[in-house]
Design a protein around this ligand. Structure first.
Ligand code: 13P
Length: 684
């Protein structure tokens, strides 16, 4: 259920992030519309909105990939929830006020009504609420290692798509003016269907006074044209293109004329001629000369005033007929100012953005002999699927390659582990780190019960040889008696603590030397219960570790974070500080006698085990910092255990993870059968 919610949200985010990324200018226009409803008027041609648009689509896409692959699950689920909460409130607002007719949540790829968008967002909000509460149940697809690479790959992919689309034209054209489109065909209404009615409003100015006019009351030429807009006044059958209308400088409609030119016709589109990029004047001049040479049609299309068009012609030193149309329509036709369309008989043969205009180097002979008359048709859902597949295929390969290499590595290790004996637990032979299951009895068992339990464990392990090293760590009072009955080639013995002083007047303390003299080989140090209840600081622990090693005891050194620290995402930081504070001072030689145990405090004795993925993630991290400190080989050779509510039922999954080398077991080590059940997980 959690996974289903997460996957659905992920797919929606990836799809909507991509459809927006291919059209950053469309995104900027939409953000501008939203801001406008709150009284903020910012030009969608400016850098700010373009940047916001790229950031928004990038964020959505990358977040979708995180959810899909189960990367940074906690933060990804919080961010998706916050985002959906914001979007739901926003779409409720536009649904109620009707201030925006199309939410734009899938760019131009899919248009939903405000009501449908709101319902969709409610559903996604419910999904993200589920993942918010159970982020740990999101399946993490990647084993370890490639997380960063995958994050970077998705970030680079979506950014490149955005930047390419911004620099040239949208990578996928969702708008009806795509290359190959037959505009008159896309405008036609089937016989008998009712056509929607539109009203075009013109904004004109005279003596500083601005007024709106329609075609019916259009005033004389003493009024200066400022702007125009076309609105639907009564609905009807809406063809794919319904708003294409072009006017001459006398305000006569010339739509039919320009759509039915039998010869090649270059439309130079300047949504607003005042803000057009004049760096392209030379290329426009080349197109103009070319049209004159071969007798092809050429015209300008703009939503600006006649005066502005004339001013542009004057400054460019080029003259061709200018026609006038709605700004939104022109921006829908081409996301560039200026942009060029090559049209014949109303069919779009090619499109160029301002950064890739054809120039004298490409306009070398008649169009029939050039490849310019058939641009790359890349529009609609098929193209979207193609691009998304292009994104996913390397990712799928990476995931499978990772899985195969991990399972091969595991198999090799298992085989080697079975071949190498289990007795000499800390014999560093550069080939294999030891698998260990260690019991920590804590403050349980009187002497008689403890000896009986040790005897039972010893017997079951001798009868059925473990596939891993076994250690029992007992209270001090048991050590000598248990040492006497254990076969330490099968079950080794350890203490749960030792003093931070060598010897002397420290009433009640037991030194490392004393522990060693009982016959014990190990000592647990740094356990969270000792840190918490007996105020053992990193400094004290550092002394204890030094004394234990000096007395030839091997150290099982524990680290782990509290629930609050994990919730604040500080687990790596905490664990690193614990290791740095007490054991990272050791020499490489001393390090060979250290076993690490990661025990998240929130999982100790609570029945709340860390998931195998969580434990693996932490152990892989710990191994990586050991590698930073002692080198890769030493890290590979270091045994790292997981501890915290480990039981026979969850041990096999935990131990199947490549970085988990066994367990440090509390409660379940007090019953021989349970302890043996965990030991046997290494045989599965
Ligand atoms: P539990 O297995 O009882 O959770 O205890 C873990 C532990 O603290 C081992 O040192």
């Amino acid at each position: 259920m959690v996974e289903a919610c997460c996957l659905l949200t992920a797919f929606v985010f990836i799809f909507s992030g991509f459809t927006k990324a291919v059209d950053p200018q469309g995104g900027a226009i939409k953000i501008g519309e939203y801001l406008n409803t709150f009284g903020l008027s910012i030009s969608d041609d400016g850098v700010l909105l373009q940047l916001l648009s790229v950031l928004e689509s990038t964020f959505e896409f990358v977040l979708g990939v995180h959810l899909l692959l189960g990367l940074r699950r906690k933060i990804a689920s919080v961010l998706s929830f916050v985002m959906m909460l914001f979007m739901t409130v926003l779409t409720l607002y536009i649904y109620v006020t009707g201030k925006i007719s199309d939410c734009g949540c899938f760019g131009e790829a899919l248009h939903l009504s405000n009501r449908d968008t709101f319902l969709k967002n409610i559903l996604l909000l419910a999904f993200t609420t589920v993942t918010l509460f159970f982020p740990d149940r999101i399946v993490s697809v990647l084993n370890k290692g490639p997380h960063r690479g995958v994050q970077l790959y998705s970030l680079l992919f979506v950014l490149l798509v955005s930047l390419w689309s911004y620099h040239y034209l949208p990578l996928v054209d969702y708008r009806p003016y795509y290359i190959g489109q037959d505009i008159p065909g896309a405008m036609s209404i089937p016989a008998g269907a009712q056509a929607p009615q539109y009203k075009t409003t013109f904004i004109l100015e005279k003596n500083g006074e601005r007024k709106e006019f329609t075609l019916d009351n259009y005033p004389d030429s003493t009024w200066k044209f400022i702007d125009s807009r076309t609105e639907e006044v009564s609905p009807g059958y809406k063809p794919e293109i319904y708003d294409f209308a072009v006017f001459s400088d006398k305000d006569e409609e010339v739509t039919h004329d320009i759509l039915h030119q039998k010869n090649y016709f270059f439309w130079l589109i300047f949504p607003r001629v005042e803000t057009t990029d004049n760096g392209e004047i030379d290329a426009i001049g080349d197109i103009y000369d070319y049209c004159r040479r071969y007798n092809y049609g050429i015209c300008g299309l703009t939503s600006s005033s006649h005066q502005a068009a004339e001013a542009w012609e004057h400054s460019a030193g080029i003259r061709f007929p200018f026609y006038y149309a709605d700004e939104t329509m022109l921006k829908t036709m081409i996301r560039s100012n200026p942009g060029v369309m090559l049209v014949k008989n109303g069919k779009i043969l090619n499109k160029w953005g301002k950064n890739a205009l054809p120039d004298e180097d490409s306009l070398t002979s008649a169009l029939g002999k050039l490849s310019l008359t058939y641009g790359n048709v890349s529009h609609g859902m098929t193209s979207t699927i193609k691009w998304l597949l292009l994104f996913f295929i390397p990712l799928i390969f990476r995931i499978f390659a990772g899985r195969i290499s991990v399972s091969l590595r595991n198999r090799r290790k298992k085989r080697a582990n079975n071949i190498i004996g289990k007795q000499d637990l800390i014999k560093n032979n550069n080939t294999m780190r030891k698998k260990i299951v260690a019991g920590n009895w804590k403050m349980n068992m009187n002497l008689q019960d403890g000896v009986a339990l040790a005897k039972e464990i010893n017997e079951v392990c001798k009868a059925d040889k473990p596939a891993c090293g076994v250690i029992i760590c007992t209270p001090f009072i048991h050590l000598a008696s248990v040492a006497a009955i254990l076969d330490q080639n099968v079950v080794a013995l350890g203490a749960e603590n030792c003093a931070d002083k060598e010897k002397g007047a420290y009433t009640g303390e037991v030194s490392a030397e004393m522990v060693k003299s009982t016959g014990a080989q190990y000592v647990i140090l740094g356990h969270s219960e000792r840190r918490q209840y007996y105020n053992e600081t990193p400094e004290i622990l550092k002394n204890k570790v030094a004394l234990a090693l000096k007395n030839n005891l091997k150290v099982i050194f524990c680290c782990g974070e509290t629930l609050e620290e994990r919730e604040a995402g500080k687990q790596n930081e905490v664990v690193k500080a614990e290791l740095e504070g007490s054991v990272f001072n050791l020499s490489a030689e001393e390090w060979k006698n250290i076993v690490l145990a990661y025990e998240p405090i929130w999982a100790i004795g609570t029945g709340k085990t860390a998931t195998a993925d969580q434990a693996e993630e932490m152990l892989a991290y710990i191994r990586s910092i050991v590698a930073d400190k002692y080198g890769k080989q030493a890290a590979e050779d270091t045994t790292i255990l997981y501890g915290g509510s480990c039981k026979p039922s969850n041990a096999p999954e935990l131990f199947s993870k490549p970085d988990i080398d066994g367990g440090l077991i509390g409660g379940a080590s007090l019953k021989a059968a349970d302890f043996k059940g965990i030991i046997d997980a290494w045989k599965k």
